[in-house]
Design a protein around this ligand. Structure first.
Ligand SMILES: Nc1ncnc2c1ncn2[C@@H]1O[C@H](COP(=O)(O)OP(=O)(O)OP(=O)(O)O)[C@@H](O)[C@H]1O
Length: 205
């Protein structure tokens, strides 16, 4: 169970100016904004994948004082398109997930034994989420985690993610476009508009 807060202090990258935001343990903060407004870049900055101004902390740990690979092991980015390097799915897992987890995500019970080459885009996305979660990070950065999924599967994945995040206490930044999804999963909602990060009133959703 994580008890650490993810803090962004005046993070600036590209057109986005001084974004400050605290995400509490187990809290889901949805990030929205027009295409090209800088949502993915902000997540990449928080994951220390792009140089930026300002500071990011996970609890007492400062991004600037932590080697990139150690930081990213803790502050886990799940991009919309996951990267696969070995031949079979199972080779990418540090801890093998239980069958119930595959079922909860609508995946076949033998999906771990599959060749990566046969995976559909939506299967890759769900297995990419499962892989990230099974590494027990300290915080999650989700970039449109249901972008490639049909409505019913999206709702399944949302429910699974929400339950894991609340249970494990991961502070989570979740990029989403869909109002319905934001209303279902977000504890708070922020958006990027005109190069600024601002909180959206709960009445918006
Ligand atoms: N490494 C980079 N250097 C310079 N500009 C970049 C870099 N990466 C992305 N950009 C630009 O920064 C802007 C924001 O990109 P970003 O991918 O963060 O958008 P987004 O809000 O996630 O959009 P979408 O909803 O379409 O995914 C875009 O105009 C993009 O072309």
């Amino acid at each position: 169970m994580s008890e650490e807060c993810l803090r962004l202090d005046r993070v600036a990258i590209g057109e986005l100016a001084e974004a400050s935001l605290d995400v509490e343990p187990g809290e889901i903060v949805c990030l929205s904004g027009a295409s090209g407004s800088g949502k993915s870049r902000l997540l990449r900055a928080v994951a220390d994948l792009e140089p930026h101004e300002g500071e990011v902390r996970l609890g007492e740990q400062a991004q600037a004082q932590t080697p990139g690979h150690t930081w990213r092991r803790q502050v886990m980015l799940v991009p919309a398109e996951s990267h696969w390097w070995a031949e079979t799915v199972v080779e990418h897992f540090f801890h093998e997930p239980e069958a119930a987890e595959l079922e909860a995500l609508g995946l076949a019970p033998d999906a771990l034994a599959w060749q990566v080459g046969r995976l559909s885009t939506g299967e890759k996305q769900r297995l990419g989420l499962l892989r990230a979660v099974s590494r027990e990070p300290g915080a999650l950065l989700l970039d449109e985690p249901t972008a490639n999924l049909d409505d019913a599967t999206s709702k399944r994945v949302e429910a699974w993610l929400k339950a894991r995040i609340h249970e494990r206490g991961w502070p989570t930044l979740w990029v989403a476009h869909d109002r319905g999804q934001i209303a279902r999963v977000a504890d708070r909602h922020w958006r990027i508009a005109n190069g600024r990060l601002e909180e959206v009133d709960a009445a918006w959703t």
